[in-house]
Design a protein around this ligand. Sequence first.
Ligand SMILES: Cc1cc2nc3c(=O)[nH]c(=O)nc-3n(C[C@H](O)[C@H](O)[C@H](O)COP(=O)(O)OP(=O)(O)OC[C@H]3O[C@@H](n4cnc5c(N)ncnc54)[C@H](O)[C@@H]3O)c2cc1C
Length: 392
Amino acid sequence: MSQDLFQAPDYYQLDDLLSEEHLLVRAAAREWVKRAVSPIIEEAAQQAKFPTSIISGLAEIGAFGPYIPEEYGGAGLDQISYGLIMQEIERGDSGVRSTASVQSSLVMYPIWKYGNEAQKQKYLPKLASGELLGCFGLTEPNHGSNPGGMETKIKDMGDHFLLNGAKMWISNAPFADIAVVWAKNEAGRIKGLVVERGMEGFTTPETHNKWSLRASATGELIFDNVKIPKENILPNKDGLGAPLGCLDSARYGIAWGAIGAAMDCYDTALRYSKERIQFDKPIAGTQLQQKKLAEMITEITKAQLLTWRLGVLKNEGRATTAQISMAKRNNVDMALKIAREARQVLGAMGITGEYSIMRHMMNLESVVTYEGTHDIHLLITGFDITGIPAFK
Ligand SMILES: Cc1cc2nc3c(=O)[nH]c(=O)nc-3n(C[C@H](O)[C@H](O)[C@H](O)COP(=O)(O)OP(=O)(O)OC[C@H]3O[C@@H](n4cnc5c(N)ncnc54)[C@H](O)[C@@H]3O)c2cc1C
């Protein structure tokens, strides 16, 4: 990618709503993305390789467990700081943000919220520092949007559990040191457990040929009579609500992250349109391109406001699952539409790796599907406002 000239749009002076700490956290993440992500990300995506060189940097900017208390190695920040870090990372690349989201909200969060003290002490500090990387196994070959139907099972063998089944589409699976896995016990109750790499019968084949999130490794988790020590079960919450609680936290981060991708596409298109001369004037001076750019900044500004308010509610412990769904759905859809429009503003150059837009666009095709599809989030809103579930 050519030089990273990103300038963040703030059309409604929303920085006035942020605290000094928010601005400092965001500045550190923004500077790190320019320095450590932008120069390497295009090649990583082209080669479909997760850039392991950025792991320590992610830990340093507090991206692994931003809101996890400092006593467990987390950054002890509030939810708006967490969101801003996700926004800045996804401004660089959704795949890198996915790694941070999975580590924070899908691995550290369940251990912090549902684990016992020994599990927290054992895993959280190492996850926060990046010494350990984790993944989250919920989706199965036959159960995506309806994880409650999962077939992965644990059987009580007296002194241990036996785990059998398979998960697929799991971010970070190919290299993760630990996996937080959701499986049903003999009574059909969903339990969370920590599976460690090296346990006999546990394999993690990589999923190849992705056109999206190419800088993030995706794979399967296969469990063939894996012996799980009893102390690896997360004791403090079970049922479908346990994994869904993690998803709330991750989806909240995605809502912020998508704004980052949209801002990058908008900023790139704005700059390019002022420099690109056709018919003896910058294309930015044509009504058609101005319509695209004006609509982009309008949608970004609306999303920034929606998401900042969601952050305030989340800090107060008042954000609902349905409110988070609305923001995730709106913001990812907004970012995907902006990426498509911005790609056109750049004409043929827009399809190249010289600019970040096409990569963002392809990445967002995963983001609009994972952590609840665009359709499912609509159904969550529909259920919330009518009281009638329309999933079946
Ligand atoms: C790159 C990537 C990374 C991922 N990482 C993880 C991870 O780390 N951990 C993890 O557990 N999972 C992960 N996932 C899986 C992801 O969460 C699922 O893909 C997602 O939940 C959708 O499931 P599905 O792909 O099986 O689609 P399906 O559930 O089969 O849905 C297919 C289509 O049907 C629609 N649909 C489904 N049900 C309904 C309904 N009731 N009404 C109307 N329409 C409906 C959907 O909206 C969608 O358009 C990842 C996926 C991708 C692509």
